[in-house]
Design a protein around this ligand. Structure first.
Ligand SMILES: Nc1ncnc2c1ncn2[C@@H]1O[C@H](COP(=O)(O)OP(=O)(O)OP(=O)(O)O)[C@@H](O)[C@H]1O
Length: 316
């Protein structure tokens, strides 16, 4: 756990009662002792057994001497899985703050990671998508730090941690419901003996590193190569485009965002190709015009792309 730089801080653990998160609880307890950890179980009240499952986790925590909270949430009708997830992270984010935990940990593991990267490959995702489940991130919708310390552990290893402690975990029936893509990919992976989930998860970790490098260079690019540019509308930006395509795409999306638009990376990539050839591009209500500028101080010529809100179309 301390590999993540959380030594001496209090860790908040999200424990559903399933085998993965019970293993997280047992491993964190073995690594840090009961004082440095606290656990919470969210009761979505979507299944008749959910209250008893939360109480089951509470009982294990009592035995270990670990603080535990049951968080009851109300799930709005509609897309129940997505609503449950949003409500869960809001409740866990608030709880980890109240419990003065420096970080919230979930039990996502190598098999989850392998399923995610395969599903993303099958959708043609780019680097950010293939970075798949991040080892650290912001808590969705809340803002604190979320960490997933078990991404290198296989599900089988986690199951054996729990069975060695003679605990029979909760089983969520939706995990094998094949109306969900993930359950189908899970079955496909378990039917293959040549696909190595830990190797797939290791690749996702390398891609996450590459993505963090792109994000870092994109932040630099924004700071050093984008300046406000007032046109007749009073709003606009000049971008001195001088970096590889993957980084420029991030900067293009950010400039569009500053001008109130929302550009998908694929569209920003196509705009990049047009601009690089010297053609205008139009993206999410923004007109981008390429040109060349000589920098006064150095005399160097640079490629400059001018972004401005597109004029409203005249009525027919
Ligand atoms: N009811 C719950 N109470 C506490 N923690 C939970 C609960 N459900 C899930 N978690 C935490 O979230 C982790 C991931 O769970 P699961 O794979 O079911 O969620 P998911 O919705 O598929 O993933 P994500 O939350 O990333 O979208 C679990 O290992 C556990 O740490």
């Amino acid at each position: 756990m301390d590999r993540f730089g959380f030594a001496d801080t209090r860790l908040g653990l999200a424990v559903s009662g399933g085998p993965d998160s019970l293993a997280l609880l047992l491993l964190a307890h073995a690594a840090c002792g009961s004082e440095r950890i606290a656990a919470a179980t969210v009761d979505h009240a979507l299944r008749a057994e959910s209250a008893a499952e939360a109480e089951f986790v509470a009982e294990i925590c009592r035995r270990l001497g670990v603080d535990h909270a049951i968080l009851k949430v109300k799930v709005e009708p509609g897309n129940v899985q997505a609503e449950a997830r949003t409500a869960r992270y809001l409740a866990l984010g608030q709880w980890h703050d109240d419990a003065r935990a420096a970080v919230l940990m979930t039990a996502h593991h190598a098999d989850d990671q392998a399923e995610t990267i395969l599903m993303r490959l099958n959708r043609g995702s780019g680097v950010p998508g293939l970075a798949a489940i991040r080892s650290t991130a912001e808590i969705p919708g809340w803002g604190g730090t979320l960490a997933r310390p078990l991404l290198r552990w296989s599900k089988r290893e986690l199951e054996s941690v729990v069975s060695s402690a003679q605990i029979e975990p909760v089983r969520d029936p939706s995990n094998s419901d094949e109306q969900f893509d993930r359950a189908r990919v899970r079955r496909f992976l378990s039917d293959q003996d040549w696909l190595d989930t830990q190797a797939l998860a290791a690749s996702a970790e390398h891609i996450e590193d590459a993505w963090r490098a792109i994000e870092w260079f994109a932040a630099e690019d924004w700071e050093t190569h984008v300046v406000p540019d007032s046109d007749e509308t009073g709003r606009g930006f000049r971008y001195y485009a001088n970096v590889p395509r993957a980084i420029a795409i991030e900067t293009i999306c950010r400039v569009i965002g500053e001008l109130g638009g929302d550009a998908a990376r694929g569209d920003a990539g196509r705009a990049f190709d047009r601009l690089w050839r010297g053609d205008n591009a139009s993206l999410a209500g923004v007109l981008i015009v390429p040109g060349i500028e000589q920098i006064a101080q150095t005399g160097v010529t640079m490629r400059v792309w001018r972004f401005s809100p597109e004029p409203p179309r005249a009525a027919q």
